[in-house]
Design a protein. Structure first.
Length: 412
């Protein structure tokens, strides 16, 4: 496909996503009107797919100078071409090496962004370690993922963090919907579409029962899979049990697994001793926020033979006669083997991110260099705008009810 046709195809995908993202479009109109992002440099470090592209386009249409970069397994080249056609700088290509990706991030940092919309805190950590000069003009960052927020809080705890960061992932309009409904639907769908196999009757092992794991477990059960949850947190395990799922240690759960999906944001969540107990034909996929929730290079080194059996599926054949199948290269499967979360869900997430960028540009110089919550009044505004777009009406507290909630005295 030549550049012009790729750009046209990418533009169609971006336009389709935009038509299902009314809240982000409303934020665009607000940003255009108030002019608070106009002329400011914003880096978008997110998977290059249609919804992210529309976020970048919204910021650009509001007057920001936008640069986008991400790792190659989660880049759709036609969408990147469509975004470039809209005048947005894109430093990304499908299949790029780790060294190339570092180069892409460095090019973005060289443009000295005022705000970074980051994923897994990759670029913020890079700025703090090898490119500290960027911190002189960086106002702040907004973090998309659970694992990224964990990293930023670790930086805050040891006194390393030098700029304010908004935990966009912790906004209710993000984690309650994106992490649960978006990840739940898109990760399970990506595995089933990539393999063209049946979920019903298979043992589906979900490693991790946070918001992402909850969504995956419920969707897998909806496909009539036999769902088993693995956890290290006693409260999460107890919740999974009371939600009706079997709970087992990961090595035991793998003995009869047909599909295993990690969803933890923690390295080594699916350890080698669990993989060794998987039956022939088991599928492995990673829905989590880091790339090495299970060790794909170690699998490749241990296999006697590997081959790509479908576009997004690689077979690993071992001396003991087993074959295991990795979907989406072992990285975030809904993006490496699909187009990510549904547009209606990302409408909420990216409205949060666009408003977080504006908030940092307005207030960042007055904020301490720590992890800040997304302002709750903006979170509620996004939720109310989404309800309006859906045509859903709700009640409001009466003055008497508000007085009751604010008072501590006993009522007669």
């Amino acid at each position: 496909m030549d550049g012009l046709s790729a750009a046209a195809q990418g533009e169609r995908k971006i336009a389709w996503a935009a038509s299902w993202m009314p809240v982000l479009s409303r934020v665009r109109d607000q940003l255009r009107e108030d002019g608070n992002v106009a002329g400011r440099r914003i880096a978008v470090i997110l998977p290059v797919e249609p919804k992210t592209a529309y976020l970048a386009a919204v910021l650009a249409e509001a007057g920001a100078e936008v640069a986008v970069a991400f790792q190659g397994a989660m880049v759709h080249d036609d969408v990147a071409a469509g975004l470039r056609a809209r005048g947005v700088e894109v430093f990304a290509r499908r299949g790029s090496s780790h060294e190339e990706e570092l180069g892409f991030f460095e090019k973005v940092l060289a443009r000295r962004p005022a705000v970074v919309i980051d994923d897994r805190a990759d670029v913020i950590r890079l700025a703090h370690t090898t490119h500290p000069e960027v911190l002189e003009t960086l106002v702040g960052a907004s973090e998309e993922t659970t694992s990224g927020v964990v990293a930023l809080r670790a930086m805050e705890a040891d006194g390393t963090l030098r700029v304010p960061c908004v935990a966009a992932n912790d906004a209710r309009c993000k984690f309650l919907f994106d992490n649960r409904y978006g990840s739940g639907q898109s990760t399970v769908a990506a595995v089933l579409d990539a393999t063209n196999l049946l979920a019903a009757g298979k043992q589906f092992v979900v490693v991790g029962y946070g918001w992402v794991g909850k969504g995956i477990a419920r969707r897998a059960r909806g496909f009539n899979a036999r769902v088993v949850v693995c956890e290290v947190d006693p409260f999460a395990a107890l919740e999974a049990y009371h939600d009706g799922f079997e709970v087992l240690p990961v090595a035991e759960a793998c003995e009869e697994a047909g599909i295993v999906m990690t969803a933890t944001g923690v390295r080594g969540s699916l350890p080698p001793e669990a993989i060794d107990r998987l039956p022939d034909g088991a599928l492995l996929a990673n829905a989590g926020g880091i790339d090495d929730e299970f060790d794909v290079p170690a699998l490749r080194a241990a296999a006697k033979e590997t081959q790509r059996v479908r576009e997004h599926v690689e077979e690993f054949a071992f001396d003991d006669g087993r074959s295991l199948f990795v979907v989406g290269e072992g990285v975030c499967v809904n993006l490496s083997a699909g187009e990510g979360h549904p547009a209606e869900i990302m409408d909420l997430t990216f409205a949060v991110q666009a408003l977080a960028a504006r908030y940092l540009l307005e207030r960042g110089r007055d904020l301490e260099p720590r992890v800040h919550p997304f302002p709750p009044e903006l979170d509620e505004q996004v939720a109310r705008w989404k309800l309006e777009a859906l045509g859903v009406r709700i009640d409001a507290l009466t003055p008497a009810q508000e007085a009751f909630l604010q008072a501590w005295e006993a009522f007669e």
